[in-house]
Each structure stands twice: as structure tokens, then as C-alpha cells.
Design a protein around this ligand. Structure first.
Ligand code: ADP
Ligand code: ZN
Length: 714
């Protein structure tokens, strides 16, 4: 058996990715290694293939007890002999596993570090052939990271007790400090370090400034780009997790909370639903995610700022492991800067640790405020280099204008100074705007020299200025936590006019609709076939109680739609169809492919829906004409109706889910523009304001269609 043959035969993949082949060869030559690869890069294959090729069992150390079952299930689907032992296993099942180990019947064993480190377990391993040790999530050894597991520190014993067995440490956390800690604590000094490019080109990074209602911003984002997708929303606190999940549920989304305060059973259930079902949104604290390898997570949204770029990159990295277009979206505001700053200040960590955390937070803030390519900045932070702007982040797609804010910043800073460095941003803005409210009168702030000197900007613009000054460190917040702003020493040269400053010109709502990530979109017969394949996969998964992606990934089903294999041999050539899956499921998928081989388009499939619906006759006449292939314009012409009327018919057909919005030929950008405008309106029943806002560019009937589609998903 060679690594290539296992790759083709067992996994059904055509070629190795990146450095996989080298890493595998290195392990087969008895070498130790540290493998740094981004999430979704394909780390698992680096130990799974040597585990199959070499004699004996590979011991995989993982901190993720709750996920071992899923990992093993996925391997069994591929025909790989795998098992796990952890505290969740009954004694009887554990005995079975030890029996298999003794009889050399396993290629891979997943085990929690605390279990592995028991004397009896180590003794046992001495008696059986072990092919290698894989230490997954190796950054858990780092005391500075947020995933620190003390048990990981003891893993250095492996080197002492089993000096001749190769060890492979794997992680997606890349920074230099963590890397050094892993090498030191796992005694990998003799090993080779493999660093794979950290870029995740299919992930689109976006950061938007928070408005007063970030939840609405999230909703607009979901409506615009992720109607039926699976994704993760991260919040800082448990309470916010619960509120947000509940609110999303009220808006009609399938959202579930996940945080460490929930009962284990509930947590496990939510995780399970997320893994096994589609179109599920998990709203979670950072307690959720490590080791989650659901391949088709289409977005990761942050409603609060992560503590560091490492955390951000790890969390956003959970999107798009299948390589298809995905979004990393974040709403960020001044409150985040202060909340995280206070966390650091009030913790009882050593001054050294605090200063490191400050440093990391500043890097995170710098990233949020960028006006140049975000991907270039991210990669350079991780020591990687991207020569050209990526073209797939918000700053690339929608270049951010900057303005000379020197004078404005001076006003903002002196207002802090003149009012005694003890007031929060709202009050300061009231003073600048010259608002004589109660608080201003109470403190006699109409007397200070900055009163009313800032009328040229509105409240949102001033907020943006203060946020950027805080992010850049010109302003700090009081430690007592009342939100009073103070000047940092750094502000002096700016106040004295010795320095100039440019700031970003924020746009709060992205009115300029951006192109959506290009998703392969199936239409006509392809769409029906895609749905049929997914349904088959779901049935097969349900019978076995496993996640659909364990049968085939989305990317595999998509290839089936593109290539339309007609025989088992052809099917075998699809990426992700290995030998065992071919035998088990091949024929069933071929049957479906057969059924769709010569169906020209989906309108035929739906012809029976005419006259069975409860729509009026005139609407059904429009539907019939549409099915004959006429465009809305042609229908209007033929039926001597106004175009608005025809589109109004379509809006009814869309509401009844008989026709889909994208079938009536609006393009995605136009749809997004209309949707965003509608969502920004208080009242969607009155379309006049939206019509005007859009420059009267769209027919009322078209706006009605978009509205019908929006309301359908609300
Ligand atoms: P991670 O590095 O996050 O552990 P995985 O090992 O889970 O990543 O791999 C990510 C995805 O890529 C998985 O769905 C895996 O099956 C797939 N994959 C890995 N290597 C290859 C390859 N050589 N060809 C095709 N797909 C691959
Ligand atoms: Zn970019």
C-alpha cells in the first residue's frame, strides 16, 4: 500500500494538497513533525494515511471528547478501522475496543490526553504495535492561548517512553510564540516544522461599524447572503448568546444557543443538530467550535470583537472548509474596544501577560480599522506574504475613502480635556453638537469652549471619529468602568498640531450593494437534480443516524451535477467517492442521476402546479405564459398588461413559492440593493419611500417581487 493508493482508493481524492505528500513521507520515514496548516487545509490526512499504511495502531490525542464519536463515524464510512476511548464510552464498549487493539484490528484510536497519560494505558501501549502518535490541536499546550489544557503539558512523556515512534503535532494556530511552546513542551526539537500557506482564499472578510442595532445588521447580512445556509454567530457573553438566538428564532431562523453555561445534554444536542442538519445557525460563545469540521459552514459572524487576530482567524476559519465561497462577517464598535480593554486591565494576570494581551488587542483593532486589503494584513500577521490585494475582502471590493481628520480629531480630543476627562462618548458628542440637554446643563458644559463647535458632523460621524481615536490608542477609557474617556499621551502631538491624521469614512449601511460570493448556482434541471441528490443523501444519513456530509460532501454532490456520471466507473472519478462509498451508495446515486439525464428544465416538472394553486386566473395565465418561456416583458406585451401588473403577478407567485425570484431575471446585485433598502425601511407595506430611495429606478412590481421573497424567508 502506498500513500497515493490510499488517497485514491480509500478517500477517493485525486491528488495531495499542499504539503500533505511530504508530511506523510516524513512520518513514514519515522520523522517527528509539527504541522501548521489553516483550518480546512487537510491536516487529518497527514496522520490518517500513515496510520493506514504503517503497521499497528495510530494514537490520536485530541481534547475534543464530544467530537470523537463523529470523527470515528466519518472514518468508518470510509472503511477505515477506527475507534475511540474516552469517559463517554461505557465500560463494556471500552473492553471491546481494548480487545480490538490487542488483536491489532485498529488503524486509528482517538483518545483524550488524560486517559492516555494514565500509567495503565501507557503500559498497555507498550504491549501492542503503535504506528505513530498524532497530537491534534497541539496549541492546547500553550499557556498563553485560550485553549490551554494542562494535560497537554504531560505529553512530553511520549517522547521519553516511546522514543522510536514518530510523533506528529498538528494545529491551525500559527503565531511564533505558540509554535515555540509546542516544540518545547512536546520535545519536538528534532522534528521538522511544516508551515503551509495560511490563506483561505474562499473566505470573504468583512468588517462593518456597529450601528445602534447590530442585530438588524446581522439580519440584513443573513437575508442578503445566507438565506438557507449553515453558519455560526459568535457573541462574547452567555446572555447575549441567548438573546440573539431567541431573537433570530423569532425572526424565523433556525438558530440555537451554545455556551458553557448550558447543561451538557442541551449543549451536546445543539452541537449534534448543527453537525447533522442543514440550515442551522449556532449562536455561541467561543466555547463552541474547536474541532468542528462540518465542511459546509457558509458564514461565521461576529457580533463582538475577538480578543486577538489568532482567535479571529481560528473562528472565521471554521467557515468554508469545503473550499466553496464563504463569509467572515463582523460588526464592531467602540464598545468592543472598551469591553475588551477592561477585561485585560481587570484580570489578575501578570503585567507581562497583560501587556501581551494589550498588544494582541491592538493588532485586532488595527485590522478592524484598515483601509487596505484585510487578507494581506491577516497573512502578514501570521508571517505569510500575499503580494497583491486579494479582491475578496470588503476593503478590496469597496475601497474605503479616507479624509483629513486632523482638525476634527483635535475638537474631539479637546472636548474630552475641557470636560475634565470623565465623560462618555454620548455626552461628549452632545457637547460638540451644542445640545442643551439635562446633563449638559447640570455640569454647565454649555460654558466650555468646545460646546457647539462640531455641528459640521452628525452623531454617527462623531461616533466613528471617537471609535477610530480609541482604536488607534489616542483615547483610553477609565478603569472604573463608567465609560469616561481620557486622553493618552499619544494624543499630545495631535492636539498641538504637530501631527496630522487621516480617518476612514465609514459607511454604516452598505447601500452600495456588493456582489455576492459567486456560488455555483444551479438552475433548471440541474437545480432539481441537486435537490434530489441532497434528499437521497439525507435519507441515507438518517437511516444510519449520521451527518449527511459523512455520506458525501456538498462539493462531491456538486461535481455529480456538473459531470453527470452515468456509470460506476465514471462516478468513481468524482472527488470524494472512494471505493467503499462507491460500493455502498454508488448505485443509488446513479439511479437518481439516470432519472435526470434528459430532463430539459424544471418548468416541466412544475406544470402540474397550475390550477392547483389558490391564485387568481389572471395570475395563472401569467404563470402559464412564463412556463412557455416568455419573459415578463413579453408577457406584458402579449397579454396587453402593464409591466407593473405582470410583476405584481410574479410577486404572488413568489409568495406562494411557485416561482423563484432569481428565475425572473433580476441579477443578484439588483436584488441585494432592493432588499437592503426594504430592510432599512420601518414599514415594508408602504413601498413609496423605498421606490424613491432607489432613485425610482425599479418598477413597483419588481420591488413587490423582492419584498415577497424577503417576507417568505422572515
Ligand atoms: P483540517 O486541517 O482543518 O483538519 P481536514 O483534514 O478536516 O482539515 O480537511 C478539510 C477538508 O478537506 C476535509 O473535508 C477533507 O476531506 C478535505 N481534503 C483533505 N485533503 C484533501 C485532498 N488531498 N483532496 C481533496 N480533499 C481533501
Ligand atoms: Zn483584500
Amino acid at each position: 500500500m502506498t500513500p497515493e493508493s490510499v488517497l485514491h482508493h480509500t478517500f477517493g481524492y485525486q491528488q495531495f494538497r499542499g504539503q500533505q505528500a511530504e508530511i506523510i513521507q516524513h512520518v513514514l520515514n519515522n520523522g517527528d513533525a509539527l504541522v501548521l496548516m489553516p483550518t480546512g487545509g487537510g491536516k487529518s490526512l497527514c496522520y490518517q494515511i500513515p496510520a493506514i499504511v504503517r503497521q499497528g495502531v495510530a494514537i490520536v490525542v485530541s481534547p475534543l471528547i464530544a467530537l470523537m464519536q463523529d470523527q470515528v463515524t466519518a472514518l468508518l464510512q470510509l472503511g477505515i478501522r477506527a475507534a475511540f476511548v474516552n469517559s463517554m464510552l461505557s465500560n463494556e464498549d471500552a473492553r471491546t475496543v481494548f480487545g480490538q487493539l490487542r488483536r491489532n484490528e485498529l488503524d486509528l484510536l482517538y483518545v483524550a490526553p488524560e486517559r492516555l497519560m494514565t500509567e495503565s494505558f501507557l503500559e498497555f501501549l507498550n504491549k501492542i504495535p503503535v504506528s505513530l502518535f498524532a497530537i491534534d490541536e497541539a496549541h492546547c499546550v500553550s499557556q498563553w492561548g485560550h485553549d490551554f489544557r494542562p494535560e497537554y503539558r504531560q505529553l512530553s512523556i511520549l517522547h521519553e517512553r516511546f522514543p522510536h515512534i514518530p510523533r506528529l503535532a498538528l494545529t491551525a494556530t500559527a503565531d511564533e510564540l505558540t509554535r515555540q511552546e509546542i516544540i518545547e513542551h512536546l520535545q519536538l526539537q528534532q522534528g521538522k516544522v511544516f508551515v503551509t500557506g495560511f490563506d483561505r482564499p474562499n473566505i470573504r472578510y468583512q468588517v462593518v461599524p456597529k450601528t445602534k442595532n447590530p442585530k438588524m445588521q446581522l439580519l440584513a447580512f443573513l437575508n442578503r447572503e445566507h438565506r438557507n445556509d449553515t453558519g455560526i454567530v459568535y457573541c462574547l457573553s452567555r446572555k447575549k448568546v441567548e438573546d440573539t438566538a431567541e431573537w433570530l428564532q423569532q425572526q424565523g431562523w433556525n438558530a440555537l444557543p451554545y455556551h458553557a453555561g448550558l447543561e451538557t445534554a442541551v449543549r451536546q444536542k445543539h452541537q449534534d443538530i448543527f453537525l447533522k442538519q442543514e440550515s442551522v445557525i449556532i449562536v455561541a460563545t467561543i466555547a463552541f467550535g474547536m474541532g468542528i469540521d462540518k465542511p459546509n459552514v457558509r458564514f461565521v459572524a461576529h457580533l463582538d470583537l475577538p480578543k486577538s487576530l489568532e482567535a479571529y482567524y481560528q473562528e472565521t476559519g471554521r467557515a468554508g472548509r469545503d473550499g466553496l465561497p464563504s463569509n467572515a462577517w463582523m460588526a464592531y464598535g467602540m464598545g468592543d474596544i472598551f469591553t475588551l480593554g477592561r477585561f485585560i486591565d481587570s484580570s489578575d494576570a501578570s503585567p507581562q501577560h497583560k501587556s501581551l494581551e494589550r498588544h494582541k488587542l491592538n493588532a485586532m483593532l488595527g485590522y478592524c480599522e484598515m483601509t487596505t486589503c484585510r487578507r494581506q494584513a491577516l497573512l502578514s500577521y501570521f508571517g505569510d506574504h500575499l503580494p497583491d490585494p486579494c479582491g475578496n475582502c470588503d476593503t478590496c471590493l469597496d475601497p474605503v475613502p479616507t479624509w483629513d481628520a486632523t482638525e476634527t480629531a483635535q475638537k474631539a480630543l479637546s472636548c474630552i480635556y475641557r470636560t475634565g476627562q470623565q465623560f462618555g462618548v454620548n455626552h461628549l458628542i452632545n457637547v460638540l453638537l451644542g445640545k442643551l440637554d439635562e446633563k449638559v446643563q447640570k455640569f454647565q458644559h454649555q460654558q466650555v469652549s468646545t460646546f457647539g463647535i462640531g455641528k459640521e458632523l452628525d452623531e454617527d460621524k462623531w461616533k466613528s471619529v471617537y471609535r477610530q481615536l480609541a482604536a488607534a490608542g489616542y483615547i483610553t477609557v477609565d478603569v472604573e468602568g463608567y465609560g469616561g474617556l481620557k486622553l493618552h499621551d499619544k494624543a499630545r502631538p495631535l492636539l498641538r498640531g504637530e501631527q496630522t491624521l487621516r480617518l476612514r469614512l465609514d459607511s454604516y449601511e452598505s447601500k452600495t450593494a456588493r456582489p455576492k460570493p459567486e456560488r455555483p448556482k444551479f438552475i433548471g434541471a440541474d437545480k432539481a437534480l441537486w435537490a434530489a441528490l441532497q434528499a437521497k443523501r439525507k435519507d441515507l444519513a438518517e437511516v444510519q443516524g449520521i451527518a449527511p456530509y459523512m455520506i458525501f460532501h456538498d462539493s462531491t454532490l456538486k461535481e455529480m451535477v456538473y459531470y453527470r456520471p452515468g456509470t460506476l466507473q465514471e462516478l468513481r472519478r468524482i472527488n470524494g467517492v472512494g471505493q467503499l462509498k462507491l460500493e455502498r451508495y454508488g448505485q443509488q446515486f446513479l439511479n437518481i442521476l439516470d432519472d435526470y439525464q434528459d430532463i430539459p428544465d424544471q418548468h416541466n416538472l412544475m406544470s402540474s402546479s397550475v390550477a392547483q394553486n389558490r391564485l387568481s386566473e389572471t395570475v395563472n395565465l401569467t404563470l402559464e405564459a412564463f412556463k412557455r418561456g416568455l419573459t415578463p416583458e413579453q408577457i406584458a406585451e402579449q397579454r396587453k398588461l402593464k409591466l407593473t401588473t405582470v410583476y405584481t403577478h410574479f410577486s404572488e407567485l413568489i409568495a406562494e413559492e411557485i416561482v423563484e425570484l432569481d428565475e425572473i431575471m433580476l441579477d443578484d446585485i439588483e436584488i441585494a440593493e432592493i432588499e437592503e433598502t426594504l430592510l432599512a425601511m420601518d414599514d415594508m407595506t408602504n413601498l413609496k419611500p423605498a421606490h424613491e430611495y432607489l432613485g425610482e429606478e425599479y418598477d413597483y412590481g419588481i420591488i413587490k417581487c423582492v419584498r415577497a421573497n424577503l417576507q417568505k424567508s422572515m
